[in-house]
Ligand binder design. Sequence first.
Ligand code: GLU
Length: 382
Amino acid sequence: MARHSSIRSPLGKARRVVVKVGSALLVDARTGRLNRAWLETLVEDLLWLRGRDQQVILVSSGAIALGRRQLALSKGALRLEESQAAAAVGQIRLAHAYKELLESRGVTVAQVLLTLEDSERRRRYLNARATLETLLSLGALPVINENDTVATAEIRYGDNDRLAARVAQMAGADCLILLSDVDGLYSADPNKDPAARFIEEVHEITPEIAAMGGRSASEVGSGGMTTKLLAARIAVSAGAHMCIAAGQHRHPVRRIEQGARCTWFLPAATPGTARKQWIAGTLRPAGAVTIDRGALAALLNGRSLLPAGVTGTRGPFERGDTVSVLAPDGAEIARGITAYSDGDAARIMGRKSVEIESILGFRGRDELIHRDDLVLLKHATL
Ligand code: GLU
């Protein structure tokens, strides 16, 4: 199985690895119970990585799938409050299983529940990052899930693929493994199209790759290929390798290193600064500003966004929030941290920076978004 020898190494070389397991693997769809025998082999794999001095963070789904059985919630889609109730019941079972499996092998497990807000508000993000760092330095194995019971529809990640990518970014991991019920990325849905090609390596997430999304047929989890590609975007721009691999086999992580078929996404050649990565990875910009062609040309030349080039705002947003920057045709071409709220931005748009003080009554920054706080999205053109 030397076929993958050139690209198998990302896992072997990684210093810090995030492994994400989906609900469909953890929970038996028929019985609604934890696949314990399989889980033991996963845990052994994580310890095998640790035994090679690699730090490991596990992002585990499965709370809702486990809890719904316990609460006898009927099959089919759950209402938001039902899935939150199921998560409350399932999470404690999940955590218990990890505690038993890991502590019997001498490893301390730490439970960390995160919401989207925790990674979108910079202070919370930095705080969560410091906690993870401390746990790892103390030798604990963090097991992370979304804090499903408190997250409302607006602040949910909704899928653990993106949560895992955010965790990888937050922790500065060099490798993210998404274990799923599919073995990787195909050019088309292999269940429907016999000509579907398997993609072993992705160097750049082009629009063509992004279009390969489609939804997986998995019943238990909430993700699909689309969410995995969104995760890949976050992970690779943070400088991590990401792998999508089939997880249903025993020892699913070790298999990857032994050359099992999977798709590797290679990290961006020049990962941005941590601050820029964080801006680009914002899942829900607070609002948007639309700019004219002159401003678009300036941004493409690496300049800041001045109020003069703004033609519209969509709030509400506050100073310090991340907003989308939209080209005249409405396409999102950049993201950045705004120096003005939506109300103030609307008052100074189209005006010269020297006029800001007389319009607003205070002297703010000359730029609406400074170039240090601005990230152009790939494929932005005039
Ligand atoms: N956080 C959810 C759970 O633990 C799963 C989300 C997902 O399937 O990606 O049940």
